[in-house]
Design a protein around this ligand. Structure first.
Ligand SMILES: Nc1ncnc2c1ncn2[C@@H]1O[C@H](COP(=O)(O)OP(=O)(O)O)[C@@H](O)[C@H]1O
Ligand SMILES: [Mg+2]
Length: 224
């Protein structure tokens, strides 16, 4: 796996709310993640974990600082290049585990491979079967996302990222809706992805996930 290293330098994230109030969520955050590592972005609710995850995959622009993957600064890419990078290099699982409502579980998982042609689709089918099995979802293959529980949806969204097999995966609260057994399975899968030479960045308040990670970046609570 040709995984680009992640370098975050002097990152600042800020919002202006509807009343015009300025909120500095993150400032001066620097860290790096190399291939083979599972990195946990930890911190209390509201500390900015989701905000950092979104900036790492280029969904939102930071107020300051840089995010580079393999030396390429996300801010130098066009919108289209950033979205291409999410599909091919830095997969993303959002905190809501969003799925496409009109597609079955399996088709949601196979969707990212479609632009890459028939061989990629065949590989994805084999990998999807394995990921669905590991995540206990074989019997949900043909279900519509609306029928899934929150925990099932979360596991499907992770299966989609694993099947896409991007070198890096940024995943937001991957264990939040899961009981301990499935949370531990998810942590094992994230570690396997790192062990295979990938990078996993997990925004999470799960102490078990933090303990299993190679590096932990703890965000300060801006409200304190
Ligand atoms: N789009 C936004 N506009 C304004 N404030 C936001 C926005 N997104 C997040 N925030 C605020 O930024 C802080 C960090 O949020 P978030 O990144 O979701 O933290 P966490 O994931 O650690 O719970 C919170 O105070 C939240 O209300
Ligand atoms: Mg969050």
């Amino acid at each position: 796996m040709n995984t680009p290293a992640l370098q975050v330098t002097s990152l600042a994230i800020a919002y202006t709310d509807t009343e015009g109030e300025h909120l500095d969520v993150v400032s001066g955050l620097s860290f790096s993640v190399v291939p083979g590592q599972l990195c946990c972005i930890a911190g209390r609710s509201g500390s900015g974990k989701t905000s950092v995850a979104r900036v790492l995959v280029g969904l939102t622009a930071p107020a300051g600082g840089t995010v580079t993957w393999g030396g390429v600064d996300l801010s130098t890419l066009t919108e289209v290049e950033r979205s291409d990078q999410r599909r091919k290099i830095t997969g993303y699982v959002d905190q809501e585990a969003t799925l496409i409502p009109g597609l079955t579980v399996l088709d949601n998982i196979l969707l990212p491979a479609i632009p890459d042609g028939r061989d990629a689709a065949r590989r994805a089918k084999n990998k999807a079967a394995e990921d669905l099995r590991r995540l206990g979802l074989e019997r949900r293959r043909k279900w519509s996302p609306a029928r899934l529980s929150g925990g099932e949806r979360q596991r499907v969204a992770l299966a989609r990222a694993l099947t896409a097999n991007t070198p890096a995966i940024v995943v937001d609260e991957p264990t939040a809706s899961l009981d301990r057994r499935w949370a531990d399975t998810v942590i094992d899968l994230l570690l396997e992805h790192a062990d295979a030479g990938g990078i996993v960045v997990a925004a999470s308040h799960d102490p078990t996930l933090a303990r299993a990670s190679h590096t932990v970046i703890t965000l300060d609570d801006a409200s304190e």
